[in-house]
Ligand binder design. Structure first.
Ligand SMILES: Cc1cc2nc3c(=O)[nH]c(=O)nc-3n(C[C@H](O)[C@H](O)[C@H](O)COP(=O)(O)OP(=O)(O)OC[C@H]3O[C@@H](n4cnc5c(N)ncnc54)[C@H](O)[C@@H]3O)c2cc1C
Length: 228
């Protein structure tokens, strides 16, 4: 993912996209069914940015921002952990695999490294590391790969990410009824990297007023707004 994101960033920058790193969206201003300004925190200052089209794609944080946009968009953060180790001479794991019962994924990263990841911890938006969850991954590995025992990684070597999970497991993709210039693309849970390109295609079609190249009914962003 790191190599992919660096290349994507380079591609977008070359295409003229300006990426404002270290900029937190704090709130929105509205006028006549449109979002007209973003309130952001940047360089320790609150600034306002004008909005033409707004795409909300803020992963596990989307529920809170959606609330500020006066939308009901249920999303829970599903935390997953991973750690990456050097490949072992004579015990090289060459193929990606999913240890289905243990819910652990094993992915060779280039030639030299192997990544172990898994778990789905629904525990809110926090940056704590639950070592018991990581221990579960460590213990599962030799059950599938005889003689491949792995030591518990040190905390600084454990990575975690928050997956954006919707109640029905489907993403939210489409244009809002609430604001004419607001679209949403989020809630991809465990599949965001794989589904990113298709989502990008669909949402670009929505934004530019083209007919979406796939059915969008299951992704409807207002599907929980009606179930009060
Ligand atoms: C251990 C693990 C393994 C995974 N493996 C896979 C896999 O093999 N294949 C796959 O397809 N997917 C995988 N995923 C899932 C994938 O990572 C997610 O689905 C994907 O990252 C979601 O993308 P996103 O852009 O919607 O959200 P994110 O990647 O979470 O990006 C949201 C961004 O919004 C920013 N943001 C939030 N609030 C604000 C704000 N107020 N102002 C400004 N910015 C804000 C955040 O900083 C963040 O950069 C895995 C996830 C985990 C945790």
């Amino acid at each position: 993912p790191n190599a992919f994101m660096l290349q994507l960033r380079e591609f977008l920058t070359r295409a003229g996209v300006e990426i404002l790193s270290g900029t937190d969206v704090l709130g929105f201003e509205f006028q006549n069914k449109r979002v007209v300004q973003l309130k952001v925190s940047r360089d320790n200052q609150v600034q306002k940015l004008p909005v033409e089209e707004l795409l909300l794609a803020t992963g596990a944080w989307s529920q809170h921002l959606a609330r500020a946009l006066r939308l009901k968009l249920p999303i829970q953060a599903g935390k997953g952990y991973s750690f990456t180790l050097p490949q072992r001479e004579g015990q090289r794991l060459r193929f990606p695999s999913i240890l289905a019962e243990a819910r652990v994924a094993i992915t060779p990263m280039g030639e030299q490294l192997i990544r172990f990841g898994g778990t789905m911890e629904i525990g809110g938006l926090n940056d704590g590391i639950n070592l018991n969850r990581v221990r579960g991954i460590v213990k599962a590995i030799p059950k599938y790969f005889n003689g491949y025992a792995v030591e518990m990684p040190k905390e600084p070597n454990i990575w975690y990410g928050l997956r954006p999970c919707s109640p029905d497991g489907m993403p939210y993709i489409g244009r809002s009824n609430q604001h004419d210039n607001l679209c949403i693309a989020t809630g991809h849970a465990m599949m965001g990297l794989s589904l990113g390109p298709a989502t990008g295609k669909l949402i670009s079609e929505v934004i530019t007023g083209k007919t979406p190249s796939a059915g969008m009914a299951l992704f409807e962003i207002g599907r929980y707004a009606r179930r009060q």
